[in-house]
Design a protein around this ligand. Structure first.
Ligand code: FES
Length: 129
């Protein structure tokens, strides 16, 4: 039921683990299944230089988190904020319909991490170039 890409990211997740010196963190939970994701980012000159994730979740949650970190690294905060759950699913060659909500988590976690960073630097998303 999963694409090759999902299986590949689930069995070999990229950028997994906690980041001790993160500049910002986004945490999201899925009320339906109880799964949790943390996305950690390091930022320099509004560019995401490093990103990691930690998750207590299903195979899709792990694969989508891994994909989000790959899509995010090296992007500006604004570009990363525009990454959607569909981008995540598309880059994983699709997700089974009942698993689409799982990709929501990773994208939301990333958006929250960016919002956390902006809050810490006294800005909002509208301030980004
Ligand atoms: Fe909970 Fe996938 S079943 S995130």
């Amino acid at each position: 039921m999963y694409s090759e890409k999902v299986v590949e990211h689930f069995t070999n997740p990229r950028n997994m683990g906690e980041m001790e010196d993160a500049d910002a963190v986004g945490k999201v939970g899925n009320p339906t299944c109880g799964d949790l994701i943390w996305i950690y980012i390091k930022v320099k000159d509004d560019i995401i230089t490093d990103v990691k994730f930690k998750t207590f979740g299903c195979a899709a949650a792990i694969a989508t988190s891994s994909m989000v970190t790959e899509l995010t690294k090296g992007k500006t905060l604004k570009e990363a904020y525009q990454i959607t759950r569909n981008d995540v699913a598309d880059n994983l060659q699709g997700l089974p319909p009942i698993k689409m909500h799982c990709s929501n988590l990773a994208a939301d976690g990333l958006h929250k991490a960016i919002e956390d960073y902006l809050r810490k630097t006294g800005r909002t998303i509208e301030d980004l170039k």
